[in-house]
Design a protein around this ligand. Structure first.
Ligand SMILES: [Zn+2]
Length: 285
């Protein structure tokens, strides 16, 4: 029987506030569970406007995905004309609801936007502090330390893999590789998101593209975004879950996938960076 892991990233304030409760209802309707990767700190989404000037692919993606309707105009101003609100830290109750519903909760980001736009130019100190602030906040919200990290935008670099050795992570989900592997440097198993997300392909076509990929009976991970599948693509997300369950596919958290992996047989290697179809910047694979 095939298995489908749900990797649900929460990247923005609006995604946490509106997208997560909607997704919790959808997942509850199907009695399935997944893994929520939370952005803890400030929502600096508005700084993306700077990216539009610097990166024409980003502007193209924003127009193609109708970003303003996807994310809302307010989100487009956070961190510039409007102050940056805290994401998970503003919604203690929603975090509790995720946990009480039996989902896995893990660490995605302190400041998602700045990581995604500025990681390569930042000092090692900045990266270390980013983790300290994020993990402190995560602990405040959940009473525990995270046991996994999923990097924003699937962007990592060698310094990140060295820094995270200090934390007791059990696995990473930082890449779009096709199959799990052991990260060289960090020496941790990687559970990659191997399927495309709705944002990268037309959502309606995406349902059949993704369900075709599930037909091989293997284990797959679907990247989901609270602000997208918990927003304008919620009906398509429902349809996809329905199809997967009709195909007798078990829908699970990433921890469940990690626990069934025979880690000693996984290859150890370094990640590579690659520009995937439908994305505006390179992802680790
Ligand atoms: Zn993200």
């Amino acid at each position: 029987m095939g298995r489908l892991g749900l990797k649900i990233d929460v990247d923005t304030y609006a995604g946490m506030k509106n997208g997560v409760p909607r997704l919790l209802r959808v997942l509850n309707d199907f009695s399935v569970r997944g893994t929520f990767f939370l952005s803890i700190g400030p929502d600096n989404s508005g700084r993306a406007a700077l990216q539009m000037i610097k990166n024409p692919l980003f502007l193209k993606k924003m127009l193609r995905t109708r970003a303003p309707s996807l994310y809302g105009w307010k989100t487009a101003l956070y961190g510039t004309l409007l102050p940056a609100p805290m994401i998970a830290l503003s919604f203690t109750q929603i975090v509790k609801e995720i946990i009480n519903a039996g989902h896995e909760v893990q660490f995605h980001a302190w400041d998602h936007r700045r990581w995604q736009d500025e990681l390569m130019t930042k000092s090692e100190k900045w990266i270390s502090e980013w983790f300290v602030k994020g993990i402190d906040g995560f602990e405040k919200l959940t009473g525990k330390k995270p046991t996994a990290f999923g990097a924003p935008s699937w962007l990592i670099e060698n310094r990140v893999l060295s820094i995270i050795k200090e934390y007791k992570f059990e696995y990473l989900s930082c890449t779009r590789a096709k199959t799990p592997f052991i990260h060289a440097i960090a020496n941790l198993p990687e559970i990659p998101s191997d399927l495309p997300c709705f944002e990268e392909i037309d959502a309606q076509k995406g349902i059949s593209i993704i369900s075709d990929l599930l037909k091989d009976g293997g284990t797959h991970v679907l990247p989901v975004h609270a602000e997208v599948e918990g927003g304008i693509f919620q009906n398509q997300f429902r349809e996809l879950l329905e199809k997967a369950l009709d195909m007798n596919i078990e829908i699970v958290s990433l921890k469940a996938i990690k626990d069934k992996l025979d880690i000693k047989y996984l290859p150890s290697r370094k990640y590579k960076m690659e520009l995937l179809p439908g994305r505006h910047s390179a992802c680790a694979v």
